[in-house]
Design a binder for this molecule. Structure first.
Ligand SMILES: [Zn+2]
Length: 502
């Protein structure tokens, strides 16, 4: 299991596809497909619906032939290599195993091979681990997953690959908790550090730990970045001081001119040092940890489990409340000392009831065994009130409890198609707060809060996309440039809609 960095902002600003029509022509064609003159919005309306129908027609064909011939057939038809062909064979396998669901998706046309492949991978993840121990998944799992997905696939439409995967995991951890725990154990053993040439590859079998570590590496990298910038500034100041003291001002000016012309504006040349990139900073942070030069990592994991008093059925979605676990991982370095974050003496954690799975923000559903381990090792366990039971407050920032509830409700950035986990997001007042906008009256409360990643938060703040909610933040209706309109639904474990799949 490896983790990937969250999607960065898409900074492609250069427009170079419109040919030589001059500035006015460029501006005019910005929202228009240049060949036909049709607006992109009309194009999307006309084509986005059935855009995946042909893919699923091939899947339907593959489902009728010998399973051993599917991969070669898909590769021969698509000509895109074995990796893509295997996604088709997975999709065909799902089409055979869940025929009703497949028929509906194929008729809808918005669902793709990726959606079916995501379902297959989630189910097969457990099947593979169980096969190693000589066991098999319970036979009714396919039916349970198909039943759980029914209804949701219409609600979320084509944007919901992660949501689909979450639902599959929820059913699997709920209906086969022992199998899920065995899978987690088997995967957790796949930990290793290998060296390939000049590259070091860290394999982390446990996705919960992997996500936590990646996030912490990101934070450590920000520290490194700050240190590198400070160092560079000090060097620069030192050098400027020397230059002021000894160097001929004429020579110093000449040096600056050369640096400006050649673009080598580095420290020591009197120019501005460019800030080091995040990839380098992450590398420095990891190297520092491996070499023992930086403080050890502490890992924070937000886990949502049902309230011990409520959830009777391990297969159902958790009730609207649950403990929020902040678990320290390997946390014995100086960070854990007095200079570290304030940690009240943990009360005896209310252990999750036997048989209830947990939701880890950024990872998905985990088995009851894993949920219990995380809860028991946590430094802090918080029992959250229901989404509707959290009071609004007068101040501008959201309170800790408000934020914990909204993260559990949203699970991810609420912008259409964005996959950044909610606990790496910013907290947005859907209707602006009077603290920042005197003409607005948005309250500070769960019903007026949405998780948005930094990129999408900026788009909203700059009013490139506008949003309104009819139901206290559960549904967001987005209105974008050129009349694009898209809606998203909160899909976290605390979302009210999660309790009642159609
Ligand atoms: Zn986002």
């Amino acid at each position: 299991m490896t983790t990937t960095p969250p999607d960065g902002p898409d900074d492609k600003t250069g427009e170079d596809s419109t040919g030589s029509t001059g500035d006015a022509g460029r501006r005019a064609s910005f929202g228009v497909e240049p060949t036909t003159g049709e607006t992109y919005n009309d194009l999307a309306t006309r084509l986005a619906g059935p855009v995946n129908t042909a893919e699923l027609a091939l899947v339907a064909f593959l489902a009728t032939i010998d399973p051993h011939a599917r991969a070669s057939t898909a590769q021969a038809v698509r000509r895109r290599g074995p990796a893509e062909a295997h996604r088709y064979t997975h999709a065909a396998d799902i089409a055979v195993r869940m025929p009703d669901l497949f028929a509906r998706m194929a008729a809808d046309g918005r669902h793709s091979v990726e959606h079916l492949d995501a379902l297959w991978r989630r189910i097969n993840r457990h099947a593979a681990a169980l096969a190693r121990t000589g066991e098999a998944l319970p036979g009714d799992i396919d039916a349970a997953v198909a039943a759980a997905v029914t209804g949701w696939e219409e609600l979320w439409g084509a944007a919901g690959i992660d949501a689909l995967a979450d639902i599959a995991d929820e059913v699997l951890t709920g209906q086969a908790p022992v199998s899920a725990a065995q899978t987690e154990q088997a995967e957790a053993q796949a930990v290793g550090l290998t060296r390939r040439g000049t590259r070091l590859i860290l394999e982390c079998g446990d996705p919960v730990v992997a996500d936590g570590v990646w996030e912490q590496v990101g934070k450590a990298a920000l520290d490194v970045r700050g240190e590198l910038i400070t160092e560079a500034q000090q060097q620069q100041e030192q050098h400027t001081g020397e230059a002021d003291g000894g160097e001929d001002p004429e020579l110093a000016r000449a040096r600056e001119t050369v640096a400006a012309v050649t673009g080598t504006a580095a420290a020591g040349a009197g120019g501005v040092m460019p800030p080091p990139g995040m990839a380098r900073c992450r590398g420095e942070a990891v190297l520092g940890i491996l070499g023992g030069r930086r403080r050890q990592l502490s890992v924070t994991v937000n886990v949502y489990t049902p309230d011990p008093g409520t959830d009777p059925d391990p297969g159902s979605a958790p009730g609207p409340s649950g403990p929020d676990t902040s678990g320290p991982g390997p946390d014995s370095g100086p960070d854990a000392g007095p200079a570290g974050p304030i940690r009240p003496t943990p009360p005896a954690p209310p252990a999750a009831p036997a048989g209830s799975c947990g939701y880890v923000v950024g990872t998905g559903w985990v088995s009851p065994a894993m949920a219990t381990v995380l809860t028991e090792t946590a430094a802090r366990v918080r029992v959250l009130p229901g989404v509707g039971a959290v009071a609004d407050t007068a101040a501008y920032p959201f309170t800790t409890v408000q934020r914990a509830v909204v993260v559990g409700r949203d699970a991810r950035c609420r912008f259409p198609g964005c996959r950044i986990p909610a606990d790496a997001c910013e907290f947005d007042h859907i209707v602006n707060s009077p603290h920042t906008d005197p003409d607005s009256d948005g309250v500070t409360g769960v019903s007026n809060c949405a998780c948005l990643c930094a990129t999408h938060h900026r788009l909203k703040t700059r009013k490139l996309w506008r949003v309104h909610t009819p139901d206290g933040g559960v549904t967001l209706h987005w209105a974008g440039p050129e009349g694009v309109a898209v809606s998203t639904v909160a899909c976290g474990p605390l979302s009210p809609v999660r309790g009642s799949p159609a």
